[in-house]
Design a protein around this ligand. Structure first.
Ligand code: NAD
Length: 290
């Protein structure tokens, strides 16, 4: 498919990731139809986008004209039926397999047959999502990183039946967004989480076994390996519940005990210590950090 024919892109789900994806699409000249279940969520997403654009303007990275372009390029709707207007769809709703499969089945009915349906899932099989549609050759993973306007990577994940034409199209689209798309196969965790999560898990084991303090472990990885953030600070940023969920997916999907989530991680999640978003994880956060 010629990416020049892609003008109107629907983003389904206006949470953390959908908001960032909508912003990047609009900044790069695409018309965005941003969809979520409630108007209040959509208004909040628009406010977040404008706040980020204002911040970039104050730093001299964007102009008032860029802001107008973004304002003009995004419309919001609580109706999935607006997908009829879309040339391309990126789904970024909550990470629940049944919800995603239901949305893909509906998108399959609503959109023209040639439209590519991409998902931003972190851990659900693209092949499984594609099987909810009659066009699995046009279903593909586009795994953006958080925060989307800042992070350069998009993992591109073909399902078992995804066509080469679909892969080529999303590769070109990713580059048009100023990102670096990298292809990964449809196995649990793709590349990013397959490599990252065992490292975070090992850091938590090291903490639990008293190999080092939180500060010692993060400092070793920052100064010794040149990582911009230590693994424990990164786990807090991602959310300890999300880390546990992805480790469970790797553990169950690959069946290798090396992915077994650390008992300390399970205990912290059970206690509601979820990292930045709850105010307490490996570090303590106050309002100004949130
Ligand atoms: N947060 C991350 O760091 C990250 C990174 C990469 C990928 N992801 C993936 O991105 C997706 C979204 O994650 P998030 O962190 O933005 O979650 P989030 O909870 O911030 O947002 C999810 C949004 O989906 C909406 N939603 C739920 N059901 C819907 C429906 N039927 N129709 C329309 N909208 C609906 C919710 O109202 C919510 O606004 C997930 O698949 C997640 O695995 C997340």
């Amino acid at each position: 498919m010629d990416t020049g024919a892609i003008r109107h892109i629907m983003v389904v789900g206006a949470g953390t990731m959908g908001t960032g994806i909508a912003q990047v699409l609009a900044m790069n000249g695409f018309y965005v139809i941003l969809c979520d279940v409630e108007h209040s969520i959509l208004e909040h997403a628009l406010d977040a986008i404008m706040h980020d654009i204002d911040r970039r303007i104050s730093k001299g990275k964007l102009t008032a004209e860029d802001k107008q372009t973004v304002q003009k390029n995004i419309i919001i709707t609580p109706e999935l039926t607006s997908a009829r207007e879309a040339d391309f769809v990126i789904e970024s709703v909550s990470e629940t397999p049944e919800l995603k499969r239901d949305i893909f089945a509906r998108l399959d009915q609503l959109t023209s047959p040639g439209v590519i349906l991409a998902t931003n899932t972190s851990s659900i099989s693209i092949t499984a999502i594609g099987s909810a549609t009659d066009r699995p050759e046009k279903v593909v993973g586009m795994h953006f990183m958080n925060p989307v306007p800042v992070m350069k990577l998009i993992e591109i994940i073909p399902g078992l039946l995804t066509s080469q034409d679909t892969i080529d199209t999303v590769m070109v689209l990713g580059r048009k967004l100023g990102k670096t798309p990298v292809e990964a196969a449809d196995y649990p965790g793709f590349i990013a989480n397959r490599v990252l999560m065992p490292m975070i898990n090992e850091a938590i084991y090291a903490l639990m076994e008293g190999v080092g303090t939180v500060e010692a472990i993060d400092t070793v990885m920052k100064l010794g390996m040149n990582h911009p953030m230590g693994p424990l600070a990164l786990a807090d940023f991602i959310g300890l519940d999300v880390v546990l969920h992805v480790l469970n997916v790797l553990n169950e999907g690959l069946g290798d005990p090396k992915y077994r989530p650390c008992p300390l991680l399970r205990k912290m999640v059970t206690a509601g210590q979820l990292g930045c978003k709850s105010g307490q994880g490996f570090y303590t956060y106050d309002e100004s950090d949130l």
